[in-house]
Design a protein around this ligand. Structure first.
Ligand SMILES: *Cc1c(COP(=O)(O)O)cnc(C)c1O
Length: 437
């Protein structure tokens, strides 16, 4: 655990406590280690906070670094590598499609996209799909579709969206506003107008935020970046009823929590009768190949007439071949049951560790294979310690550490991850001077 880190002139210093003197011990010297690493400055823009670690290849839930060390990947490229690494079905489909035709544009029919849309609509509330290249782009499409539907059905004055505190919807100018987090907005000029934030779970606040200009509501059924906050199923049902009552359109952002991640194909399915009018998907949809999708009821989709919306790469044969290969696996009988079982295995194990080390892990959150550990120490310090012990994870809001392994993770992988997490908790408890209580 690095307690202090600073960098300058291409050198990163980290101070780490190796051994703490026990109370009343003869030797009161603190044993510390100062490490000095050279970090490479690169021609990439400095917008990411990268670990000094690069990977060469992977298999399943395992990644091998360029220095040969193996890591258990419970971050899955931020809940994206749904089939893990080097899945033969996915890599085979991509290679085969790339060798035939990769991109033709949407000036022509794309059979792979038609097939993908048929499969996605057959397995969701939706009746039509639009394909794009990222999550933020899918959410932009979702909001445009809601506004256009209101406009085409006699309500051009309805264009505002109600969104929720703690949400994350992406980094385009409009999605920064939908996200509404000042941390992401600073320095990027005036916020794009049209997004009103209310606290999740507070139906009275939502009702109070509705104005004659409100077009719809946008919510993540499980907030991912915000700290793995599971939205109550009853709240989703209340939003559905409120939308029906006021003629609003309901949009779900299932970019992170959808495509099997919670153990159902779509996270909102757990709520039963709270289907949206439109939904965005991305991240896991093509197993790491860049893709996004907007899925909607026909009543909305029919207003996206030729020329109203588009994107050059969207739904090209290569991306659709990748997404179809992911669906082959995720829709196979028993697959989502296995996701639920692995999720349960992890949750049970994590809750046991949190019981033993309540100062390190204060709470276990999430659903299926989208889990969060509310940390006592800084989540980034825990993330770094886990990485040093061979387990990759992702930090999230509210000091939560996110575990989102590939959906193909095995029982043995989960056991291995749990032992690393326990071992790390032991070290933290010792370094913090606390003990298992
Ligand atoms: C990651 C994410 C986005 C943004 O997706 P990008 O592909 O990074 O644009 C939007 N919404 C949610 C819920 C996400 O997790």
């Amino acid at each position: 655990m690095a307690l202090l880190a600073c960098e300058g002139f291409g050198i990163r210093y980290a101070v780490r406590i190796i051994d703490l003197p026990t109370q009343g011990a003869e030797n009161r010297n603190l044993k510390i280690e100062i490490s000095r690493t050279l970090f490479v400055t690169s021609a990439l823009m400095p917008n990411y906070n990268r670990a000094d670690l690069a990977f060469e290849r992977g298999e399943g839930a395992w990644l091998t670094a360029v220095n040969g060390r193996r890591y258990l990947d419970f971050g899955a490229g931020i809940a994206t590598s749904s089939l893990g690494h080097a899945h033969p079905g996915l890599t085979g489909a991509i290679a085969a499609q790339a060798a035939k035709v990769m991109h033709v544009s949407n000036l022509y029919r794309v059979p792979e996209a038609e097939r993908l849309a048929e499969r996605l609509t057959a397995h969701s509330f939706a009746e039509a799909a639009f394909f794009c290249n990222s999550g933020a782009e899918a959410n932009e499409g979702l909001v445009k579709l809601i506004r256009r539907t209101q406009s085409e059905t006699g309500h051009p004055e309805r264009w505002r969206m109600i969104c929720f505190q703690g949400a994350f919807h992406g980094r385009t100018l409009a999605m920064l506003s939908a996200t509404g987090n000042p941390k992401y907005q600073a320095g990027f000029g005036p916020a794009v107008d049209g997004f009103d934030q209310v606290p999740p779970g507070d139906i009275a606040a939502v009702r109070a935020a509705i104005t004659p200009e409100t077009a719809g509501i946008l919510i993540e059924p499980v907030q991912g970046e915000g700290g793995i906050r599971v939205i109550a199923l009853d709240f989703l049902r209340q939003l559905r009823a409120l939308c029906d009552e006021h003629g609003l359109l309901l949009g779900y952002d299932e970019i992170q929590c959808g495509m099997g991640r919670t153990g159902r194909l779509w996270a909102h399915e757990w709520a039963g009768d709270a289907a949206p009018d439109v939904m965005s998907s991305a991240k896991g949809i093509a197993g790491g190949f860049p893709m996004g999708a907007v899925l909607a009821r026909h009543a909305l989709a029919r207003h996206l007439t030729p020329g109203t919306h588009g994107t050059t790469y969207g739904g090209n044969p290569l991306a659709c071949a990748a997404a179809n290969a992911v669906l082959d696996v995720v829709l196979a009988p028993g697959f989502l049951d296995a996701v639920q079982q692995r999720g349960q295995q992890l949750r049970t194990g994590l809750e046991a560790i949190a019981r033993d080390y309540p100062h390190i892990f204060k709470e276990v959150r999430g659903k299926g294979l989208l889990l969060g550990l509310l940390c006592g120490p800084a989540n980034t310090a825990v993330q770094e310690a886990l990485r040093e012990n061979g387990l990759l994870s992702v930090a999230a809001g509210e000091n939560v550490l996110r575990l989102a392994p590939p959906l193909v993770v095995t029982e043995a992988d989960c056991d291995a991850a749990l032992s690393i997490i326990r071992e790390t908790a032991v070290t933290f408890a010792r370094e913090m001077g606390g003990s298992a209580s």
